[in-house]
Each structure stands twice: as C-alpha cells, then as structure tokens.
Ligand binder design. Structure first.
Ligand code: PAF
Length: 286
C-alpha cells in the first residue's frame, strides 16, 4: 500500500492505473476509521482492480470550528487498518495541498433541488457545499469507476447521487457509479461513527437508546392507526426522556425527496442527538 500526499503524485498513480486498463474504486473518508469504513473498503477492494482511499478532514464542511478541531485524527492507525484490508493507495493531503487559500475561503452555492435545505442542511449551513466541494474534487482527481459511501449519512448520499446524476456536474464524472453501503452497527445496535471515539464508556451506554428507539419505532409504525406524526413525536419524547441525550431533530421523510411525508411507504427516519457534547446521527428505513 502506498501513501500519497500530493495531487501530482495522485494523478500520476491514477494515470498509470488507467493506462493499464485497471478499474478504480474510491472510498472517501475523513479518517478515524472503524469497521464501517472497513466494510466500504473491503467492498471496493473486491469490486475493482485498484482501491484508493482518501483520508482528509475537510475543513470546508465544518461550520463549527470546535468540531473541526476536535475531530479525531490518527493517520498511522488508519494506514495500518487499510493495509490489512487490502487498500492499494491512501491519499492523505494537507488542507493547503487540497485547496488554494481562495478555495478554502470561498463559499460555494451548489443547487441540490432542496435536498440540502432540510435536516443536516438546516442545522449545519454550508455543510453540504463543503462536502460536494471535496467529493467532486476527489472524483476529478481519482476518476473512479465506483465510489463508496455509507448510508449512515443518508442525506449526504442523496446529495452525492444528485450531484452525479442530475446537477450541472452530472455527466462530468464519466460512468461513475455511486455505491450505497448499509450502516454498520456494534452488536449493541449503536451505529459506528468516528465521533463515538469521543464518547466516554458511560455515554456510549447512554447512546444505545438512540438505535433501540429507532428499532422500536418500526413496531410503533405497525400499530393500528399509527400516524407518521405520532411515531415521530414518540421517538423524540423517548430519546429526550433519557438523561444525557437531547434530540436536535427527528424527521420521517421520503427517501427520495427528503421532504416530510405522511406515509411510511418509502420513508426514512433521520435523527440527530447530542450525547453530552457529542453530536450523533442515525437513521432507520420504514
Ligand atoms: O462522510 C464523510 O466522511 C465525509 O463527509 C466525506 C464524504 C469523506 C467528505 O469529506
């Protein structure tokens, strides 16, 4: 496995792969890798001739400086994990290598047909512009055949699909296929997240109530006369009743439009919860 830190080196490697007709799988990450990322990388390794993994804590997608500063970073441990699961190249640039000063400070305003205006987009203004800025840059640099993303960030995935299939950028990434990968959970149900590293053991136990409540809500949705509004409120009340947890939002929306829905058909519930100071997200499909 080779670790690359410059765009020039990266492009040379990509060109060499393309010249020999190799298919490329890309797994974009912000590092602090866990079994969830590992499942994406394993799939990319299996489905492509070459697997590139980017490890880059993208400053332009953080609207909270403290969150950016506290985001866990450990490239050594990440590289060890990636080596054992068969990644071929790790691209780990500095922010200065990735962006010019102007790019770092420019606010892009992409059009995502409203997908970026709800839930995470409402709570974290500018977040998805930063995500698209870095993901589109990675797509241009790596020219992957397939790119792998986890469904835990369901809204991010919807926006990336929109970017590749419908936005003004559609068609500029060749035949790129976006591969949706299911949420990976601990045996306890807790969705794996790099942010879990910031939870104390006690907070980790408390956080279990999030996935437990989401799974329970699948049953609540089947109860006679259950409405989306009732189930939504019951989830919020149940999580808020646990000391140490505070729901920022729980919305049951249509899986395609991400707009509120009054039916459980094709619906997904997306939650953001503060567990102490740590902001956790999770979701469940009805
Ligand atoms: O999901 C993430 O880890 C990040 O948002 C991504 C897609 C790597 C872009 O920085």
């Amino acid at each position: 496995m080779q670790i690359i830190t410059t765009k020039k080196e990266l492009q040379a490697m990509v060109e060499a792969c393309k010249a020999t007709g190799k298919t490329i799988g890309l797994v974009p990450t912000m590092g602090a890798l866990h079994e969830g990322h590992a499942s994406l990388v394993k799939r990319a390794v299996n489905e492509n001739n070459v697997c590139f993994v980017s490890v880059f804590v993208n400053p332009t997608q953080f609207n909270n400086k403290e969150d950016l500063a506290k985001y866990p970073r450990n490239i050594q441990r990440d590289a060890e994990l990636l080596e054992t699961i068969g990644a071929d190249f790790v691209f780990a640039p500095t922010p200065e290598e990735m962006y010019s000063e102007e790019e770092m400070n420019t606010t892009f305003d992409f059009d995502f047909a409203g997908l970026d205006k709800v839930m995470e987009g409402k709570m974290r203004p500018g977040h998805f512009n930063g995500v698209v800025q870095v993901v589109s840059r990675l797509f241009y640099l790596v020219q992957p055949d397939k790119a792998y993303f986890g469904e835990k960030d369901f809204q991010q995935l919807a926006i990336i699909h929109h970017m590749v299939e419908h936005s003004s950028m559609a068609g500029t990434f060749g035949n790129l296929q976006i591969i949706d990968c299911p949420i990976v959970r601990e045996a306890s149900g807790l969705a794996l997240s790099s942010r879990n590293e910031r939870l104390s053991e006690a907070e980790k136990k408390t956080a279990l109530a999030i996935s437990k409540t989401l799974f329970a809500s699948l049953e609540w949705a089947k109860e006679e006369g259950a409405t989306v509004a009732d189930v939504q409120q019951r989830v919020i009340d149940s999580i808020n009743a646990i000391e140490g947890l505070e729901v920022e939002y729980y919305e049951i929306v249509d899986q395609t439009s991400l707009l509120p829905t009054d039916t459980f058909d094709h619906a997904i519930g997306c939650v953001t919860v503060y567990c102490g100071p740590v902001r956790l997200i999770d979701n469940i499909k009805y």
